[in-house]
Write a protein that binds this ligand. Sequence first.
Ligand code: MG
Length: 289
Amino acid sequence: MNEREWIRRLRTRAAGADHLVLGIGDDCAVLRPPAGTELLVTTDLFIEGTHFRRRSAPPRALGWRALARALSDVAAMGGTPLAYFVSIAVPEWAWGPWLKDFYKGMAESGSRTGAVLAGGDTTRARTLTADLIVLGHAPAGRALRRDGAKTGDAIYVSGELGVEAPGKRIRFEPRLALGRYLLENRLASACMDVSDGLAMDLSRLCEESGVAAALASPLPLAQGVAVERALTHGEDYELLFTVPSRQRVPATFNGVPLTRVGTIVAGKAGRVTLDAKPLAARGWDPFKV
Ligand SMILES: [Mg+2]
């Protein structure tokens, strides 16, 4: 398979989305986001040895995961995915069936959400490195941000924390429907996805909002997971959101539990406590040696 054949292959897959005016094959993609919306843009690196190991899962599952991670950021803003772009550097071992299956996995994960592959770049390298760019849209001025939490707001998290023990649940569902529900019903004052552990991510949300947070046990832990692990475990991809006290939040959304885990309080921006004890903002940190 040469590059032209590869592009032809990708092109047929992307055909047929109405917000995609022009997809793969020209110098640029042309997209038409719905009237009255703003564009959301997120990029996510997926690198062999850093974000995945070659033999940890089949390429189809890894492709699914690579895109789902970026889609989770669109979910965190209450957005709707529009298109994705993949720039990928491929070592020899991956050229051929592995790569086809990796793209198949991304297409499966994307097609469930309306995201189509609209472009990208392919080259060779010694380490497999993929950069996934996802575009989404949200009603103008309404995207769920991290900086809106206010003292007295309730803190919620979706699903269970610490589920992703290594090797388990490679494929996960980005919480897109929940994000949109929070946006449409004006429930959340702030929102983000939990990608680096609740302790660190909540601290980030609080820092952006200029507030502190008081968590209270019990947290919604996955079965058999210790609190410490659930707090610092990186890859939950659940939504963490704050809700003004006058709002009511259902106990579940589409079967996913929504659990109140604490309250936004006044204090040093970014400070988080659990049962009144200070919590270190620890979690996945790529710069930690
Ligand atoms: Mg995120």
